[in-house]
Design a binder for this molecule. Structure first.
Ligand SMILES: NC(=O)c1ccc[n+]([C@@H]2O[C@H](COP(=O)([O-])OP(=O)(O)OC[C@H]3O[C@@H](n4cnc5c(N)ncnc54)[C@H](OP(=O)(O)O)[C@@H]3O)[C@@H](O)[C@H]2O)c1
Length: 232
């Protein structure tokens, strides 16, 4: 049985990770604003907190952390000229700054158990897409952070990153709010569908397990082929 910390583990991809780890009998500490989909799960503790305002150092984090996933993120798409400073600041804060503070606070626990960290980017960090400037900047930073920390903490800790394409969660709900929108989004992917939280969680769980013990510093696209294939 391992001890995990899943930040943003109450909904969407994070909830799918939490449920899958709980199913296998692990202990999971979830940090998010609401309890979401994980109420009553055996082995799961929840700390209600907003990652953009809490001091992670004041939380009672596990003494030993086998794996940390930081899941909170944003999808704020608009033409570049319409982005205001407040948009850039929010995307930077929730995707990057709070992730950094969280990792720093978890370092003692991670070092205690030679743990690993999974971060989240987006397909739009390495594939240019219109209207994605703010999120591409923030997630590009996460990809750099992943490789940098993987180098700095090798061989003790592992850091990897998952870059999903459009996945059916609350975060993406405005982009998938009708069957027409969902079909159009599906058709843009070589595999002709949008992602499900479980598709992404399966890779996260692998990266959080000993099965990936020789993998670090990687950004892995789970994206229906979107980031690397051109089929039309
Ligand atoms: N879904 C996609 O299409 C997609 C595509 C590319 C990349 N990604 C990335 O994948 C990651 C997971 O996305 P998702 O779709 O699963 O997101 P989601 O459905 O919005 O879930 C996010 C999780 O983070 C928590 N959270 C959000 N804001 C928070 C805050 N300020 N403080 C504390 N907890 C907060 C949410 O719980 P509470 O609301 O209860 O706080 C929830 O548990 C993100 O980094 C996202 O950028 C997603």
């Amino acid at each position: 049985m391992k001890q995990y910390v899943i930040v943003g583990g109450s909904k969407g991809i994070g909830a799918a990770i939490t449920k899958s780890l709980a199913n296998e009998g692990h202990r999971i500490l979830v940090i998010s604003r609401t309890v979401g989909e994980i109420g009553g799960l055996v082995g799961v503790d929840h700390i209600p907190a907003d990652v953009t305002s809490i001091d992670f150092n004041k939380l009672s984090l596990p003494v030993s952390i086998d794996g940390l996933a930081y899941c909170p993120g944003s999808i704020n798409l608009k033409p570049f000229h319409r982005f205001k400073q407040v948009d850039f600041d929010h995307d930077w804060q929730i995707n990057v700054q709070s992730a950094v503070k969280c990792i720093q606070a978890c370092l003692p626990g991670l070092k205690e158990s030679k743990g690993c960290v999974v971060l989240f980017s987006t397909v739009a960090a390495q594939t240019g897409m219109p209207f994605h400037s703010s999120i591409a900047m923030a997630k590009g930073a996460i990809e750099g952070l992943t490789r940098s920390l993987a180098a700095e903490y090798a061989p003790t800790l592992r850091f990897n990153c998952i870059a999903p394409s459009l996945t059916n969660t609350q975060l993406a709900s405005r982009l998938l709010s009708s069957p027409e929108k969902e079909e159009a989004s599906a058709k843009r992917h070589p595999l002709q569908s949008v992602g499900q939280p479980e598709d992404i969680a399966a890779m996260a769980k692998f990266l959080l397990s000993d099965s990936s013990k020789w993998i670090t510093g990687q950004v892995i696209g789970i994206d229906g082929g979107m980031g690397s294939l051109k089929t039309i």
